[in-house]
Design a protein around this ligand. Structure first.
Ligand code: FAD
Length: 406
């Protein structure tokens, strides 16, 4: 049994959630192993992932605690204000719109912003560097893990490597999570029949930290301000949702025609628009695990939940799982307690599942209310938008929620 390696926690999946959690737990004194079936350096390639994340204040704190925030190779771009409009293609600037300016959120929040935009690639590079240099952290990638669990501990056979013995295994393997399936944890699924297209654009005029969420009948279109680079000082990310068939047609267009269609949805406020780099598309669906734990197993991030990107909350919710697990496990290590005990796992679920259920419901309702052209629903949302516009206190409350201080 000489090649059995004892750790406190084994994390399967070194994505944004698993990678961040590994760094955070190691900092809190846990002995951690992280296993990913894919090699990590290729994930830094510009063609690997086109997503950009809107990071809220709470997520920034988690990244700071994990030692990642100051390691981002490309600076995070602040989101200073958000314009929300409701319209039709070719007529983006509807008469009614909401303008949230972070400077109006309250004197106590002076200097604060709604959030920060970071490239998935930038986060990946920070995670890889931190995994490399952190003590008491073992990384196996690319590697297949075979997991056995019982009441006492979990054993993880690494193909071609050692066997790990851990008090707790964390499944952070993304939506398909084989560990969740092996544990027989059922999931609720709801396909949206929508596809999210993402990528980056350069534009003629500066965005000044302003984001646009434009609700269109087929799905929302978002322009998110990115920190510029030397060749492209005016840079934004876009998340453009369409019904599946229409998205397929859009993805088949040349870059020039795609950019023209994009501008019809976005409007003219940023002038001429050009695509930069490639574009990606993702089928959208809601997914929620009926429980977040099993014997010596916890689910985190997209392995536990997946939501519509309408509010850019997927990773933020995953980072809240990281924050909760980091605190519960870190405290247990300090107290010399079992980090995989049923009591700790129940506390984790009690803390995280209701919060995530609320976010899943909110993103689902917003998508249903806005992604259609029903005249009655259009009236309801226009009245809603007008009401929020006229009630500064309500508007301020929304802003503080978005800034993570509600
Ligand atoms: C179009 C779109 C736009 C989005 N925009 C935003 C946004 O603006 N803000 C935001 O907060 N969120 C956003 N999201 C959501 C966000 O991308 C996800 O929530 C996030 O990627 C989840 O991270 P994760 O680490 O849980 O899973 P993943 O990113 O899926 O990572 C899983 C990791 O596990 C590994 N793995 C898989 N299977 C195994 C296995 N069997 N063994 C070992 N390793 C395995 C994979 O190689 C990978 O490294 C968006 C999503 C989409 C689709």
């Amino acid at each position: 049994m000489s090649d059995v390696v004892e750790v406190d926690v084994a994390i399967v999946g070194a994505g944004p959630v698993g990678g961040t959690l590994a760094c955070l737990l190691a900092k809190r004194g846990a002995r951690v192993a992280v296993i990913d079936r894919a090699a990590l350096p290729p994930m830094e390639h510009p063609d690997f992932d086109g997503r950009a994340y809107a990071i809220a204040a709470g997520s920034k704190r988690v990244m700071e605690e994990a030692g990642l925030w100051n390691e981002l190779p490309y600076p995070a771009g602040p989101i200073r204000d958000i314009r929300v409009t409701d319209g039709k293609v070719g007529r983006p600037a509807s008469r009614l719109f909401l303008h949230f300016d972070s400077r109006d959120a309250g004197e106590d929040l002076e200097g604060e912003v709604f959030g920060w935009m970071i490239e998935a690639r930038s986060l990946r590079m920070a995670i890889n560097a931190a995994l490399d240099r952190t003590d008491n952290l073992l990384v196996f990638a690319p590697a297949e893990a075979k997991v056995r669990r019982n009441d006492e501990h979990a054993e993880i056979d690494i193909a071609g490597g050692p066997t790990l013995r851990a008090a707790l295994v964390i499944a952070a393997e993304g939506r398909q999570s084989p560990l969740r399936q092996a544990a027989g944890i059922r999931v609720t699924r709801l396909p949206y029949h929508q596809t999210g297209m993402v990528g980056s654009i350069v534009h003629e005029k500066p965005h000044n930290g302003s984001a646009l969420e434009h609700f269109l009948p087929a799905g929302p279109f978002a322009q998110l301000p990115m920190e510029g680079i030397a060749d492209a000082p005016n840079l934004s990310a876009f998340v453009w949702t369409e019904r599946d068939e229409m998205a397929q047609r859009m993805m088949a267009l040349s870059d020039e025609v795609f950019a023209r269609e994009l501008r019809r949805r976005m409007g003219d406020h940023l002038g001429e628009v050009k695509l930069i780099g490639r574009r990606w598309s993702y089928p959208l669906s809601l997914m929620h695990a009926e429980r977040y734990h099993d014997t010596r197993l916890a689910l985190a991030g997209d392995a536990a939940h997946g939501m519509h990107p309408i509010a850019g909350q997927g990773l933020n919710v995953g980072f809240r799982d990281v924050g909760a697990l980091g605190r519960l496990i870190g405290d247990a290590i300090e107290a010399g307690e079992d980090v995989g005990s049923p009591a700790l796992l129940r506390r984790y679920q009690a803390e995280r599942r209701p919060d995530t259920t609320a976010m899943l419901a909110a993103t689902d309702v917003i998508d249903r209310l806005f992604s259609n052209d029903n005249p009655a629903l259009r009236l309801v949302r226009d009245v809603g938008i007008a009401a929020v516009h006229r009630m500064p206190r309500l508007k301020r409350m929304f802003m503080r929620q978005a800034m993570g201080v509600g």
